[in-house]
Design a binder for this molecule. Structure first.
Ligand SMILES: *[C@@H]1O[C@H](CO)[C@@H](O)[C@H](O)[C@H]1NC(C)=O
Ligand SMILES: *[C@@H]1O[C@H](CO)[C@@H](O)[C@H](O)[C@H]1NC(C)=O
Ligand SMILES: *[C@@H]1O[C@H](CO)[C@@H](O)[C@H](O)[C@H]1NC(C)=O
Ligand SMILES: *[C@@H]1O[C@H](CO)[C@@H](O)[C@H](O)[C@H]1NC(C)=O
Length: 252
């Protein structure tokens, strides 16, 4: 800065002394480019709110933050991000994120990004399932349903029922809403239901009504395992059947 000013002064002086024409005096007087408003920076928005550190970390690990920023600069329809706060991540079963592959981590983040900008009132007329960046909204994959009543916006994945707790940012192009839960997609979390999480609910619930027959449940192959793990698999299989049945019921 100082250097540049000195340089400029010096060249000005030079010009004066030599009585040169302006051509030589055109030193690169680099004035800082006026910062264009540009698309929003989703990471900066989340940082400013101070309670999305887990999400920021996940977005950094998966490079999804950069991707969202790039898409905001190029996509015309905008994006909507459902941002679970740190407390939502903290209430996940221990190890939930660590058990995921890199691809699954990316998909988890993508599942929180709707492929269009939505103002809060627009959720009233949204048609379900709502497309997310994770893709396939078919049953068992990445379906996401949004229902609005009064001022409440509910989001359901078939595994998670969440609600929007606040609006963090909206500019007509990017909307960031805080949600009270991490939205768990069926594609990633269904076939291996964490038994301890399902157990208390089963115990508390009344005997399940007759469930709709479940379509083609993924069945573990127990032909080549020993007796003790076969037992474990059978229990797991029972849990999977229950989970699939419950989901089938959910979608009926
Ligand atoms: C977005 O904000 C983050 C955090 O403030 C910063 O590290 C990053 O460089 C910014 N990205 C762009 C493209 O400005
Ligand atoms: C949203 O969920 C809450 C609690 O789960 C429920 O009481 C409310 O009726 C739901 N609202 C809508 C519009 O689905
Ligand atoms: C989510 O809400 C639906 C409808 O209100 C309900 O049937 C389902 O049991 C809920 N699921 C969870 C995991 O709370
Ligand atoms: C289980 O293994 C048998 C024999 O290897 C095979 O024929 C069958 O298709 C397998 N079933 C599943 C569901 O993978």
């Amino acid at each position: 800065m100082m250097m540049k000013q000195l340089l400029l002064s010096f060249s000005a002086l030079l010009v004066f002394l030599l009585h040169c024409t302006t051509t030589i005096a055109q030193a690169p007087a680099k004035s800082p480019k006026p910062k264009s408003k540009g698309p929003a920076n989703v990471t900066a928005i989340l940082e400013k709110a101070h309670r999305f550190n887990s999400l920021i970390r996940l977005m950094e690990n998966t490079q999804m933050g950069d991707r969202i920023n790039t898409e905001l600069a190029t996509a015309s329809g905008g994006l909507t991000l459902f941002a679970p706060a740190d407390s939502a991540f903290a209430s996940l079963k221990a190890g939930t994120l660590n058990s995921l592959t890199d691809l699954q981590k990316s998909q988890l983040v993508q599942f929180h990004v709707l492929t269009a900008y939505n103002s809060l009132p627009q959720f009233q007329t949204v048609s379900n399932p709502v497309p997310t960046q994770a893709g396939d909204t078919g049953k068992g994959h990445f379906p996401l349903s949004i229902t609005m009543g009064g001022n409440q916006v509910n989001i359901s994945t078939g595994l998670t029922n969440a609600t929007i707790t606040s609006s963090i940012y909206t500019d007509g192009q990017l909307a960031v809403y805080e949600v009270d839960k991490v939205l768990l997609p069926l594609e990633i979390f269904n076939p291996l239901p964490p038994a301890p999480a399902a157990a208390p609910k089963k115990a508390a619930a009344p005997p399940p009504p007759v469930l709709a027959p479940s379509p083609a449940a993924p069945v573990a192959n127990i032909t080549s395992v020993d007796a003790s793990s076969a037992m474990g698999l059978m229990i797991r299989h029972a849990a999977v059947s229950f989970g699939v049945g419950a989901i089938a019921a959910f979608f009926v």
